[in-house]
Structures are given as C-alpha cells and as structure tokens.
Write a new protein. Structure first.
Length: 171
C-alpha cells in the first residue's frame, strides 16, 4: 500500500470512498463526503495534509485529511474525516493513513491535532481527552470523544476553546 498526497484527479475517488465508508441505507451521499468537498474549497484546506491510500490495483482505498482549526486564536489542526473503503477496512489502511498524516503534520511544525472520534481507536495513536490539555471541545457533550494528539512543536501554554473550520458547522 502506498500513502501519498491527494491530487486533483483523485477528487471523485475520494468522494466515493468517503460515501462508501460512511454509507447509510437510502443515503447515496453521506455528510462526511459532502464535508470533504466543502473543506476542499474552504480557507482551512491544507493540500499537504490530504492523503490517500492506494490499493493493490492502483485504486484509492482510503483518505484522511487535516484542516486548519484554532484553539482560541492559535492555529492547530483538525483531523477528519478518515475514510476507508468497506472492502479494505480492518486491514491497516486507516492505521497507515493516520500515522502518515500525523508524521506530515509534525514535520510541518504543527503543535497539535484535534479530532472527534472513538477513544479506543484513536488512543493507539497517542490521542487523549482534550480537557487533559486545557482544550475545550466545541460541544461539551463530546467529553472523552473529543481528543488531542500533541506534536513536537506543542507548547503546554496552548489552552482554550477549539473551533473547527466553518464547513464543520454545516453538519
């Protein structure tokens, strides 16, 4: 499996993978696929942090992205959505994508990455409940599901309320 940056020609395949990964009966296009499309055209889009996983036949089997978020006025990253084609799930694709995007974010000098997700899944990557770092989730009901992964450039003085890019408000 190869992990590489998303290219313009990948957009339809990324949309299809996101729709398949989050498919619900009777819903042809998922909110996650629409979110990725909206993020791509927003000021929060960071092309270097939109990665695809290439399967054995050269097809796109997964996608992950980080976009610009903020803790108070300080720029940080928001991870997600993470999408893996259902036929390739539970084969390490998501693991490879998350490790790759965290490595790229760290190499870019970003201080931390926030996400809303399953603590059991994301804990393996070093994500911890945001409140341990003094970072307040956008919705208090998210509690332990809103998590932070600090990176090399992290400064413990970075504390406050997290805000996602505007497209997340449309969910």
């Amino acid at each position: 499996m190869l992990i590489r940056r998303e290219e313009p020609a990948d957009v339809p395949a990324v949309h299809a993978v996101a729709s398949a990964a989050f498919a619900k009966p009777g819903v042809p296009i998922t909110a996650e696929a629409i979110l990725v499309d909206q993020l791509r055209t927003s000021g929060a889009w960071l092309p270097a942090l939109s990665l695809v996983a290439i399967g054995p036949q050269g097809e796109i089997v997964g996608h992950v992205l980080c976009t610009r978020g903020h803790v108070d006025a300080m720029p940080v990253l928001a991870l997600g959505p993470l999408s893996v084609d259902p036929g390739h799930q539970r084969r390490g694709v998501g693991l490879a994508l998350v490790h790759s995007v965290l490595g790229a974010a760290d190499a870019a000098g970003e201080p931390l990455v926030c996400l809303l997700g399953d603590p059991d899944y994301y804990g393996r990557f070093g994500f911890r409940t945001s409140t341990r770092f003094g970072i307040v989730p956008p919705d208090p009901a998210w509690s332990e599901h809103f998590q932070v992964r600090t990176l090399t450039a992290y400064d413990p003085a970075l504390r406050g309320a997290f805000t996602y890019a505007e497209p997340f408000d449309n969910l």
